[in-house]
Design a protein around this ligand. Structure first.
Ligand SMILES: [Zn+2]
Length: 120
């Protein structure tokens, strides 16, 4: 893959990484024992029954969002690491090159279309 395109993708991934971290930090606490792991905070709206119900609902929503964002963060970090190792743009399953167009549209893609389809 063209070096310039890899640089472009690396920039997109770095921005994405910061953006995901910011989003996670807005409602979750960073886990001190594990890097890039977050724990959704339990909200405190008050001690009224309605408030307690809203706390639980928001906490559950937060947990879901946390898992989704963490997954994206993990994929972003893996993609950045593969750029460093020089393996970026290769399918992790069959080793074939992933088309540049696909990498630019989905910078965290680590499988070619054929392998992606077969795992769905
Ligand atoms: Zn493949």
């Amino acid at each position: 893959m063209d070096k310039k395109i890899i640089e472009q993708i690396e920039k997109i991934l770095l921005t994405e990484k910061e953006e995901l971290k910011k989003q996670l930090e807005s409602f979750a606490d960073k886990n001190k024992h594990a890097e890039n792991d977050y724990d959704a905070k339990f909200p405190d709206y008050g001690n009224h029954e309605d408030e307690n119900a809203a706390e639980v609902a928001d906490f559950e929503g937060g947990l879901y969002l946390e898992k989704t964002l963490e997954k994206s963060l993990q994929k972003t970090i893996e993609a950045l690491e593969s750029i460093k190792k020089g393996t970026y743009g290769k399918c992790i399953q069959c080793g074939k090159s992933i088309p540049e167009k696909r990498c630019l549209a989905f910078p965290t893609a680590n499988k070619c279309m054929d392998c992606k389809k077969s795992t769905l």
